[in-house]
Design a protein. Sequence first.
Length: 472
Amino acid sequence: MTTWPSEAEPPADLAVVGAGPAGLAAAVTAARHGLRVTLLDAGEQPGGQYYRRPAPGLGATRPEALHHGWAAFASREAALRAHVSAGRITYLPGHHVWTVVPGGAGHGRWLLHAVAGNGPEEAAATVTARAVLIATGAHERQLPFPGWTLPGVIGAGGAQAMLKGGLVLPGRRVVVAGSGPLLLAVAGSLAAAGATVPAVVEASAYSSYAGRAPALLRNPGKLAEGALFGGALLRHGIRLLTRHAVTEAHGTDRVEAVTVTRLDRDWRPLPGTSRRIPCDALAVGHGLVPQLELATGLGCATRRDPDGTVALELDAGQRTSVPGIWAAGETGGIGGVQLALAEGEIAAHTVAGRPVPAALARRRSRLGAFAAALSATHRPGPAWTGWLPDDAVVCRCEEVQAGPVRRAVEELAARDARTVKLLTRAGMGWCQGRMCGPAVAALAGTRPAPDRRPLSCPVPLRRLAELPPTDG
């Protein structure tokens, strides 16, 4: 079944894309201010990746045990249900929004095209709204190394998603590696669930936080949270190796061990410092990358975050550079759940034409300063590509190795990731460069550029053919 907005049906005052912390906070706050809200989300339950829960059929009796700060989510989910019952929010789970375009029967309206459901139940749907808030979150940043394509090597966030959503562990003996505060949370969760975690391998140095004391001292709650994670490592006997990285994974049918090497300040492997750690799983990630396709497809301006990722340029009211389009959460820079909740509420206030409470603005400023400190501390060093021999796979989808990428740069004068893509096929596969993009850009000696995609996710051609004509 294909559903289109009726000509007689008034558009929503606000369409929110993404029911994670930022989108959920924005939707319930906007509804409280009297706006008619449509909330679309690819998931079947609200909460996004952070508040991912086990499927109902798994019979989990205490899903909150797997989460930090559950009360903040539970109160907003209850408000969502109440607003849905009262008709103030239309909640559309299982809707993958693949583009947002101007349109509708007049100016100042937006059409959000989505694919709803999966398989035989799949349908096309379109929502019309006067304003749009993009809260699409982020995906993991992966820096490749030899052996990273072995079964048993998964993203750090992926390991946490397996535990939260499926109540399963990626292995019995799991090394956690990469960079960023997510590693501590993942290691603690895996150990509490029964896994042995021999080491957390952090490429950055926590001593780098010393130069960012003002931002840390303004956020005592974050310091307490860090102490909680550190206590979990001590309690479970997990070794923390800073200024180290997994530079190779070993195994045949799946990962059996990893090589861990000490790094210099630029993340260059130091000869003679390698050691091997046996494991049957590796959870690895180097932070998050904002998911911007819907916004950049509209021409929203972007900026560069301290960790090198591209984020949306937003004003004090969470407005993008395109009138009528707001954004909140990780799309404006990686900042964590508390900042996402604050930004969602701020966006809802400004969409509703209400002043932003001073305390809310101060909270965003304080949390934003902390996020900037984390971003700068855990930024990948420029020499990490020294992990990669020429035969290491860089682009998993197209099986492109580092050697051809380097030759495209050194012999064929490629100076950006797009040219490398045309010469080597790196980034032409299913993920369209989302996973290999940072690595290809680093090998090309440039920075990742904002994605400009007409489609933010795969869309069957029959759904494109079903699109109704528009008046401009």
